[in-house]
Design a protein around this ligand. Structure first.
Ligand code: C2G
Length: 135
């Protein structure tokens, strides 16, 4: 049975249980999971300002037991060449992206998994910014 590589992408800022549960399920789809972490410049393109830098977010995701390797995601266009470079058999994302990456079906299997409800980086940031200042 040939070994299957799964590839996914994301900002993964303020690493939370929604990210962990997605990465766990992704790792169960194959034998190896590699994650494209959005660079700080790409985050700006996505209109996102992350709390942690690319280096910190990459270190945190790489430390996750479900993840085998990480690499920088610098633009929207690199996915086809990444899939070739890493010989990915499956491209998978949370289903807030459903349909958006179906063009990759020419190269590999494309799967969208249900997001974890009631947790998001945006919500965490909003909650923290509404707390009274301490110290
Ligand atoms: N996710 C999830 N459940 C949540 C929050 C996020 O399953 N409660 C998933 C998202 O669906 C995504 C991954 O975790 O597949 C990373 O989410 P983000 O860090 O928000 O990444 P995003 O901004 O969606 O960037 O080229 C693709 C982009 O880089 C994806």
């Amino acid at each position: 049975m040939s070994k299957k590589t799964v590839i996914t992408y994301g900002t993964f800022d303020l690493f939370h249980v929604g990210h962990v549960r997605l990465l766990k399920r992704l790792s169960e789809l194959g034998d190896k999971l590699i994650v494209g972490i959005s660079s700080d410049s790409f985050n700006e393109l996505k209109g996102k300002k992350s709390f942690f830098s690319y280096e910190e977010r990459a270190e945190i995701v790489k430390s996750c037991q479900y993840v085998d390797d990480v690499f920088p995601e610098n633009n929207w266009e690199q996915k086809p060449s990444d899939i070739k470079k890493y010989e990915a058999d499956i491209f998978a994302m949370g289903d807030d992206w459903v349909g958006k990456f179906d063009f990759l079906k020419e190269q590999c299997e494309v799967i969208y998994l249900p997001r974890t409800e009631d947790v998001s980086t945006t919500h965490i940031k909003k909650t923290l910014s509404s707390l009274p200042r301490v110290g």
